[in-house]
Design a protein around this ligand. Structure first.
Ligand code: SAH
Length: 377
């Protein structure tokens, strides 16, 4: 499936620019301002329409429309694969250099959520995660992150109202591009996905959490006070966590907790989300649940229990339904708020921790894909 030919055929990917940035570019390149830049921004993000020509703001100035077409590019990556078990499905996008990134559409009650990738592959090396198996290939730029949402909304026509950075990659390892993408996604003049509907999920990258905390302390538009933070805890103590998550050797649980205690929560109803992948025989006993509850004391946290989805050739086993229910009750009894996350998409390898492309791992230098620039029409 591919999108309609783009009207913007220049060299510079327009999806990298937030509203202020695009306005500044219009001033710098064309001597114009928000009147024109804003019209294009609204049309692009709200309707997926990239041709400035038909916009009333450009009616009196066709030569400006032509210059804009020649300066900027809007070519959404091609959908190179799609798989899913009904409503939850994963799609792959073919990037400029031939690498692919994966995104997952997840239906919620009233709308749909999009799980986006921030990198191709990942450096973090968590032993239970499929993405780690392919290693790290590269980070996505802001435009490539935004493109995942644009494809979901405007090509696949999905009513995406929520975005979670829980696809491939560690968002804190690419935070500048992730934050630029958040600025663009959350802009009310465009896609209008509020910051409180965007979650950044981190492996427990303490420098990144501290950086985000400083930004969260400021209100929008410069700050990120409403953005949600999820932390992949996944273990009750340093011994287990260091075994399954190498990052814990760099930032052990005590340092992680200190950073989380300093993280500002904007509103009374807000929580830190602590992801806990329940792996049979690894982190699933009553003693583990009590350790988790003890660790989280003093934090306003909600534990999301995720029954482990075995990755390919997995050395670990999925917990039984009763294991998950038991762990849930042990946590609740210990006074720790938690919920169990359904595992949508597991048959399509589209669930948490199942994103990864083994073929890419085997062939790390894909042929650069030809960038097809359609003729201006
Ligand atoms: N790097 C980020 C985001 C990607 S992982 C992070 O670590 O949070 C997104 C979530 O999927 C994490 O909570 C991770 O713990 C979970 N996950 C990874 N592998 C999984 C698997 N095989 N089964 C279930 N959840 C998994």
């Amino acid at each position: 499936m591919s999108s309609a030919p783009a009207a913007l055929t220049g060299p510079d990917d327009i999806l990298r620019y937030d509203y202020a940035g695009l306005t500044a570019e219009f001033a710098r390149r064309f001597g114009k301002g928000e009147y024109h830049a804003g019209a294009l921004f609204r049309s692009l993000y709200r309707r997926g329409a990239d041709d400035p020509g038909p916009l009333p703001e450009f009616a009196a100035n066709p030569s400006l429309a032509a210059k804009v077409r020649d300066a900027f590019a809007y070519s959404l990556p091609e959908i190179s694969g799609r798989s899913g078990d009904g409503e939850t499905y994963k799609f792959l996008l073919k990037l400029r250099d031939g690498y692919e990134c994966e995104s997952v559409i997840i239906p919620m009650r009233q709308y749909k959520s999009l799980c986006v990738s921030s990198q191709v592959g990942c450096k973090m090396g968590c032993t239970f995660c499929e993405t780690a198996q392919m290693g790290y290939l590269r980070s996505l730029d802001a435009g490539e992150i935004v493109a995942q949402v644009m494809v979901a909304r405007h090509v696949l026509k999905e009513p995406i109202e929520n975005v979670v950075f829980m696809g491939m990659g560690e968002p804190m390892d690419n935070l500048d591009n992730v934050l630029q993408a958040v600025r663009i996604l959350s802009d009310q003049r465009g896609l209008n996905i509020g910051q409180s509907s965007i979650t950044i999920s981190t492996v427990g990258h303490v420098d990144g959490i501290r950086r985000l905390a400083a930004l969260a302390a400021q209100p929008p538009p410069e700050g990120f006070s409403r953005l949600r933070l999820a932390v992949s805890l996944n273990a009750p103590n340093d011994e287990v966590r260091s075994r399954i998550m190498p990052i814990n050797r760099q930032w052990p649980l005590a340092e992680l907790k200190a950073a989380l205690l300093d993280f500002p929560l904007a509103r009374r109803g807000d929580f830190l989300f602590m992801e806990y992948v329940l792996i049979k025989g690894v982190n699933d006993t009553r003693a583990h649940a009590l350790e988790v509850a003890e660790y989280l004391k003093g934090l306003k946290a909600c534990v999301n229990l995720i029954p482990y989805n075995p990755r390919l050739d997995s050395p670990f086993a999925r917990p039984d339904k009763t294991d998950t229910a038991d762990f849930f009750h042990w946590l609740m009894e210990a006074g720790q708020y938690c919920r169990v996350r359904g595992t949508k998409g597991k048959d399509a390898m589209a669930a948490c921790g199942q994103l990864g492309n083994r073929a890419l791992k085997r062939n790390r230098a894909p042929q650069a894909a030809a960038v097809v620039i359609p003729a201006a029409g």
